[in-house]
Design a protein around this ligand. Structure first.
Ligand code: BGC
Length: 759
C-alpha cells in the first residue's frame, strides 16, 4: 500500500516509511478545505482604530495599567472592596470580576463614566459557566446531550440573563479535555473527546456571543484554560501537566481552536505548568501557537492570581519579575493579583517592558469594550433584567435541556418509566432534597431557593397523574459521613412502597475546582444504603447526581435501573420527574468513559492500539486483575425504546485527496415509544507514519424517531477529517486505508473501509 502525507502547510511530503516522491502543490480542493479550517475568523463589530489611537494617546501610564487589571470584588455578593470606587473615579480600573446586577453595575459604571477623566467604561466579568440565574445542567451534562442546538440555546439564555444584569464578559466556555475523573473540574468541560469537545465549544461561543461580538443580549466569551489544565498529573488540581506536542495539538488544542474559529473574544490561560513553563507565560502555547500560528489578537486574561503565582512556580523571583514575564509573554489583563498595577510603571521606566507592548495590551482590552458597544451604551436597562431573569421561557428551556442531558445507564426489566398504575413511590437518599447540589459547583447567581429538588419534582408530577401515587421520603443517610441512623426509616418507607427512587451521588462541593479525589466511590454510607434497600426486594431506580464518573460497580450490577442526571440545574426535579414518569424518553450519551476502578485511570476510548493490544494472552497490555473494559463506554446511553442500525453504505471505496466521502446508515426505532438515538461515526487510520488511536469520533447526529420509523442518517467526511499531526507535528493527511465505524456508542457498530488515494 502506498501511503503519502499531505501537509497542511500547503506541501505534500513523502511518507517516511515508504519514501514515495514529494509533490509540489496541493490540489485546489484541498487548499480550499485548508483555508476554511485554518483561517482566523473575521473580527466582530467594526472598531475605529483611530479613535482608539487617540484615546490611548491621552491615557497616563496609571490609566493604562488600570485597564490591564481585573479587580476582585466580594466573592459572594460582588460588591466593590474598599478603595475601589476611588480608583474607579480616577479611571484606573479596567474590569471587575463578580460585580453584577443591573442596578449595581449601573451605579458603578456611572462612577467610571461621570467621574473619571477619560470616561472609559468598565467591563463586568463573571463565571457564567452553565447559566447566570437560570441554571442549566453542568457542562459535562450538557455535553451528554450531544445536542449542539440545546447547548447553544442554553448559552444564549445564560448570555441574555448575564448581560441584562450588566455582565458583558463571561469566563466560559471551559473546554479542557479531561481523561482523569479524579480531577474535579472534569464537570466543567465536555469530557474526554476532542471532536465532541470542539463541537460543544463552538456551540457555546455562538450562544454566548451571537454571530458577532457586540450583539445585544450577548456577551464576550473567554475560552479557558489555555492549556492542558485537564491533563494535571494524577488528576490533582493545579498540578503539572506532561503532554507531548502531538497530543497537545491533536487532543488538547482542538476545542480551543474551535472556539477561536467561532470568533471567541478572549482566552484565559491555565494555572498549570507545562514543559517547564507555567501556562501564564508559556512560550510555546501562548507565544508560538496562540499568538503566532493562530494569530489571535484578542485579549488574553491570566487566571485568578496566576501572575503573582509565577513566584510560587519558581520562575519569577518577585512581583516585578512576575509582571514583566507575564506582560512579555502576552498576558493582556491580569485577574485578581495586582502585579501589573504595582510594578508596571517601574518596568516601563527601566525599559523592561516596552511602551509598545503596554499599548498593545491596552488596545486589546479597549477594542473588546468597543466591540461590545460599551462606549456607546455603558448602562443596562434595569427593566430588562427584571423581565429576563428566571422568566418562564428560560426555566422551560432549562428543564428541556436537563432532560436531554440525562443518560440512562441501565433499565433491566423496564423498571423505568414508572408504571401508570404505580400506587406508592419511596424517594430515598440524600440527593433528593438538597437544593444546592443540583446547581453543581459553578452556579453563578443561581439560588438554591429557586431550585426544584428531586423530591419536589417527583411529588409535583405524581400529583398530576390520573390516579396520583403516594410519595414518601426518607433520607437514609447524609451524602457524606458515617451515620447509618436513617437506614431503618428508609427501609420502612421502601417496604411500604411499590417502587424506590434512590437519589445518590456526590455533593456538589466534592466536584469542581480544587475538588480532586483519590477515590471515586460513592461517598459516605450511600453504597451501604443502596445495598440495604436492595435487600427489601423492591424494584429500585437509582438517580445519580454527580460531577464525574463514579466507580459504581456494585450499583451497576445490582440495581436494575440507573439514570445519570449529573447536576441538572435549577429545574432538576422537574427534569428528573419527566424522565421517571416517561414524559421524556432519555437520549443522552456519555461524553466520557466510566472506569470500573480508579486503578484503570486514565481510561479513554481513543487510546492507541499498542504493540500488544489487550487479549487473552498474558503478555498483552492490560490489567491482569480487572482488564481494560470500562464500566460504561464513551458514547453509551440507553433509551426507553430500542434502535436498530443497518445498511451502512459508503459513496465510494476510494476517495481522492481533496474529495469527500458520503457515509450513510439506516436507523429504525424498533421499540414501543418515540425516542432519540445519537448515531456516532468513528474513524481509524489503519496504518500511518505515527501511531493512531483505535478509533476517533468524527461525526454524530441526535435524531428522534417515532415507533417503527426508519431514517437514513448521512455523514460527509472531508479529506481534512482524516488528518493528524505527524512526526514533525505538522497537520497532515496520509494516503491509505481507513476504517469507518457507525454505531450507538464507541463500542461495536457497523464497519466498512475505504481508501484515500492520490488524485
Ligand atoms: C478558575 C477560573 C475562573 C477564575 C475566576 C479561577 O480559580 O480557575 O476558571 O474563571 O477563578 O473565578
Amino acid at each position: 500500500m502506498s501511503r503519502q502525507s499531505l501537509l497542511a502547510g500547503g506541501e505534500l511530503a513523502a511518507n517516511r516509511a515508504e519514501g514515495s516522491g514529494r509533490l509540489r502543490s496541493i490540489t485546489a480542493a484541498l487548499a480550499s478545505v485548508l483555508a476554511t479550517i485554518l483561517a482566523v475568523p473575521a473580527s466582530g463589530a467594526e472598531v475605529d482604530e483611530r479613535t482608539l489611537d487617540d484615546l490611548i494617546r491621552r491615557m497616563s501610564v496609571a490609566d493604562k495599567l488600570g485597564q490591564l487589571q481585573q479587580f476582585g470584588t466580594d466573592g459572594n455578593t460582588g460588591e466593590l472592596l474598599k478603595g475601589q470606587e476611588e480608583l474607579l473615579a480616577q479611571g484606573q480600573i479596567g474590569s471587575f470580576i463578580n460585580a453584577r446586577g443591573a442596578r449595581y453595575t449601573n451605579r458603578i459604571q456611572r462612577i467610571a463614566i461621570e467621574s473619571s477623566p477619560l470616561k472609559i467604561p468598565v467591563l463586568f466579568g463573571y463565571d457564567v459557566i452553565h447559566g447566570y440565574r437560570t441554571i442549566f445542567p453542568a457542562p459535562l451534562g450538557m455535553a451528554s446531550s450531544w445536542d449542539m442546538k440545546a447547548i447553544e440555546q442554553a448559552s444564549a439564555i445564560a448570555a441574555r440573563e448575564a448581560s441584562a444584569a450588566g455582565v458583558r464578559w463571561v469566563f466560559a466556555p471551559m473546554v479542557d479535555i479531561a481523561r482523569d475523573p479524579r480531577w474535579g473540574r472534569i464537570i466543567e468541560g465536555a469530557g474526554e473527546d476532542p471532536y465532541l469537545g470542539s463541537r460543544a465549544a463552538a456551540a457555546q461561543v455562538r450562544g454566548l456571543q451571537g454571530a458577532t461580538l457586540g450583539e445585544p443580549g450577548h456577551v464576550a466569551a473567554c475560552v479557558k484554560h489555555w492549556v492542558a489544565y485537564g491533563a494535571a498529573e494524577g488528576g490533582r488540581d493545579y498540578n503539572s501537566s506532561e503532554v507531548s506536542e502531538r497530543t497537545l495539538r491533536g487532543v488538547y488544542f482542538p476545542p480551543f481552536r474551535a472556539a477561536l474559529d467561532a470568533g471567541v473574544g478572549s482566552f484565559m490561560t491555565a494555572l498549570n505548568e507545562l514543559d517547564g513553563e507555567p501556562a501564564t507565560v508559556n512560550s510555546f502555547t501562548l507565544g508560538q501557537v496562540l499568538r503566532k500560528e493562530w494569530k489571535f489578537d484578542g485579549v488574553v486574561l491570566s487566571d485568578y492570581q496566576a501572575v503573582e503565582q509565577l513566584i510560587d512556580h519558581g520562575v519569577a523571583k518577585d512581583g516585578e519579575a512576575a509582571a514583566q514575564m507575564a506582560l512579555k509573554a502576552g498576558i493582556d489583563v491580569e485577574e485578581q493579583s495586582e502585579m501589573f498595577r504595582k510594578h508596571g510603571a517601574t518596568l516601563l521606566q527601566e525599559g523592561k517592558v516596552s511602551q509598545a507592548r503596554l499599548d498593545q495590551a491596552v488596545r486589546r482590552i479597549l477594542r473588546l469594550k468597543m466591540k461590545l458597544g460599551l462606549f456607546e451604551k455603558p448602562y443596562v436597562d434595569e427593566a430588562i433584567e427584571h423581565a429576563e431573569i428566571l422568566c418562564a421561557g428560560n426555566l422551560a428551556a432549562a428543564r428541556e435541556v436537563a432532560g436531554r442531558s440525562m443518560v440512562l445507564l441501565r433499565n433491566e426489566g423496564e423498571i423505568l418509566p414508572l408504571k401508570p398504575d404505580v400506587q406508592s413511590i419511596a424517594v430515598i437518599g440524600p440527593m433528593a432534597v438538597n437544593p444546592q447540589d443540583p446547581l453543581g459547583p459553578w452556579f453563578a447567581d443561581g439560588k438554591k431557593e429557586e431550585t426544584v429538588t428531586l423530591l419536589a419534582g417527583i411529588k409535583a408530577r405524581a400529583a398530576k397523574a390520573p390516579n396520583p401515587p403516594k410519595v414518601a421520603y426518607a433520607k437514609g443517610c447524609e451524602a457524606v459521613g458515617d451515620s447509618r441512623e436513617g437506614f431503618d426509616e428508609a427501609l420502612r418507607v421502601a417496604r411500604e412502597s411499590d417502587v424506590v427512587i434512590l437519589a445518590i451521588g456526590e455533593p456538589s462541593d466534592q466536584s469542581g475546582e480544587a475538588a480532586s479525589l483519590a477515590s471515586l466511590d460513592l461517598p459516605g454510607q450511600q453504597l451501604a444504603l443502596a445495598q440495604a434497600i436492595k435487600g427489601t426486594g423492591k424494584p429500585i431506580a437509582v438517580v445519580l447526581l454527580n460531577g464525574r464518573p463514579l466507580t459504581i460497580g456494585w450499583v451497576a450490577e445490582n440495581i436494575p435501573a440507573i439514570l445519570e442526571a449529573w447536576y441538572p440545574g435549577s429545574q432538576a426535579g422537574n427534569a428528573v420527574a419527566d424522565i421517571l414518569f416517561g414524559d421524556v424518553n432519555p437520549g443522552g450519551k456519555l461524553p466520557l468513559t466510566f472506569p470500573k476502578t480508579v486503578g484503570q485511570i486514565p481510561l479513554y476510548y481513543n487510546h492507541m492500539n499498542t504493540g500488544r493490544p489487550a487479549g487473552d494472552f498474558k503478555y498483552t497490555s492490560k490489567y491482569a486483575d480487572i482488564g481494560n473494559q470500562p464500566l460504561y463506554s464513551f458514547g453509551f446511553g440507553l433509551s426507553y425504546t430500542r434502535f436498530k442500525l443497518d445498511n451502512l453504505a459508503l459513496s465510494a471505496k476510494t476517495i481522492p485527496v481533496g474529495g469527500r466521502l458520503e457515509v450513510s446508515v439506516e436507523v429504525e426505532n424498533v421499540g414501543p415509544r418515540a425516542g432519540d438515538e445519537v448515531v456516532q461515526l468513528y474513524l481509524r487510520d489503519e496504518v500511518a507514519s505515527v501511531t493512531r488511536p483505535v478509533k476517533e469520533l468524527r461525526g454524530f447526529e441526535r435524531i428522534r424517531l417515532e415507533p417503527g420509523e426508519r431514517r437514513t442518517v448521512r455523514f460527509t467526511l472531508e479529506t481534512m477529517d482524516l488528518g493528524f499531526y505527524d512526526r514533525e507535528n505538522r497537520f497532515c493527511v496520509e494516503l491509505g486505508r481507513f476504517k469507518v465505524t457507525v454505531g450507538d456508542s464507541s463500542e461495536g457498530g457497523l464497519d466498512a473501509t475505504f481508501e484515500l488515494v492520490r488524485r
